[in-house]
Design a protein around this ligand. Structure first.
Ligand code: SF4
Length: 62
């Protein structure tokens, strides 16, 4: 499953990377990106990260 981070919304708090570093990474611009697709091994973490984003910047890609 793929996730998207809306960089116009992200505030760079780092929570998603802390919860699921396999999928989310803070980039050089200080904002998060979904750098890898989630796998069976980390999908629950990735969903937790998406739900835990304080500004709702993370969405699942259909
Ligand atoms: S949790 Fe949300 S606001 Fe925080 S870095 Fe990740 S995408 Fe950005």
């Amino acid at each position: 499953m793929k996730f998207n981070v809306d960089k116009n919304v992200c505030i760079g708090c780092g929570a998603c990377q802390a919860i699921c570093p396999d999928v989310f990474e803070i980039e050089d611009d200080g904002l998060a990106a979904a750098t890898n697709e989630a796998t069976d091994a980390n999908i629950e973490e990735a969903k937790d990260a998406a739900q835990g984003c304080p500004v709702g910047a993370i969405t699942e890609e259909k």
